[in-house]
Design a protein. Sequence first.
Lengths: 433, 141
Amino acid sequence: MYWSPSIEKMPQKDLKNIQERKLRALVHVAYEYSPFYRRKFKEMGINPWDIKGLEDLPKLPFTKKQDLRDNYPFGMFAVPISQIVRFHASSGTTGKPTVVGYTENDIRVWVECMCRSLTACGVTSGDIMQISYGYGLFTGGLGFHYAAEKIGATVLPTSAGNTQRQIELMRDLRTAVIACTPSYMLYIAEYASKMGVDIQNDTKLRMGIFGAEPWSEETRKRIEDKTGITAYDVYGTSELSGPLFTECTERQGLHIWADHFLIEVIDPETGEQVGEGEKGELVVTTLSKEALPLIRWRTGDITIMEEEKCACGRTHPRILRILGRSDDMIIVRGVNVFPSQIEHVLMQIPEVGEHYMIILDRTKDGLDVMTIQVELSENASIDKVSDILNLERKIAEQLKSVLNVSANVEVVNPGTLQRFEGKAKRVIDRRKI
Amino acid sequence: MEEKIIKQVSVFVENKPGRLAAVTEKLYEKGINIRAFTIAEAGDFGIIRMVVDKTDEAYRILKDSGFTVTLTDVLGVEVEDEPGGLYKIAKALGSENINIEYVYAFTFGGDKALIILRVDDIEKAIEVLERENALFKGGAF
């Protein structure tokens, strides 16, 4: 099933023509109407007329999160505020808040992208869709909401939180599709079993669309094993609009709608484009956005791009699931560590659960100490002290072999680590520098 | 065979205030009586081991409350509450090359001591203890 078949299956050379035409228009619009880009182009000596095709992309400057912060609130907008029909704002947990805005057409394009994505992963007009992403300033809830309505699905706008009610409504109203963070889905599954609700047998839930935080194949498997649903990945950031791209039913990467977004993958250190199939930071240029056009936006997300036509028939390029964040990266004793690597190790050990915390301390001698807390599985068989010590040692050894830096492991009681309903904050850095 | 083996309830608990209370509260609520009890503690965590009067109920309620619970086969040895009681048993098992992994004991009825043992070879240990006429055979104690 396709939402816009002629565009989704368009030959790649036609897509490229659209991208080049839109890119040329973008640099002129940015230069004329965005005070930020005009200044930046002038500083770098870029003439908008120099940008003729996709091969000129590396001449253009990157745009970073800090640019949005520095130009808070309106310095990067390219239209008068009167043309903006909606704002969203990020919480500012990692710095100053950032504000994004949308014209009526921006909202239309966003909804179009999500309609294509929802259709590609199998949501239909006959489905009841429970949207358990936060509604409000966060883009997740409303981003799914309008597209789900547009394709004719029946929306249940539960937003995040109040888990017991989520589960009751899911069961009573026969939810078929849920959209939320993967960690919240695991929490819902855990909560449901405490309530005596078996998601597999007592509800009609068929699939879930999970994102807004990095997650792994192992987490996907856990969700699917626990609940019997099919789990799809979704990607998007508020700066690009919000949730935008999902996997198709082939689940070989997430389709990036190339008529609206132009992607590159770069080495985060050098800024050079990496070769196809190589891991790097995703960089996105918006081709259709009016209110807040972004040129070479550094997402901070680490992924791999796949340009080959997908078995589903769609010609638009794909990205693999996000492997980590260039800024989630923690440095322990000089070694780069991604929380996703730790998650990957823990998920392969059946005696422990899926919730974990990473605690960083520094000794008086200036040595970094990383402690991983993980919950013992309720089904583990434990009778001797050595059962726990051996388990902790086994996990520590596997972590060491993957991370190249040693970690202490602390096994804790099931259900005692913090649960996250929104983005998980698993790293507690207590190092005083 | 079965009634010769005692099912011990083992519960993993972090070494934090209130954890022991949480475990024993659940048992109390279900009217379960603890017959023998010990904690093997190792810094950050401990393992509670106990023998209770309603084992299956205890297992279920603790599991349902989210604890990691394991039922383990252990042996009970009944000896006179007097010097040399444990020595006799340990010597008999040792001479048969049976390793005692852990042991705890309590007295009851004024003049008896009951020793709970986990061994590496339970069937052989039963043989030895029966020969010594020391094996405690199930039932309510």
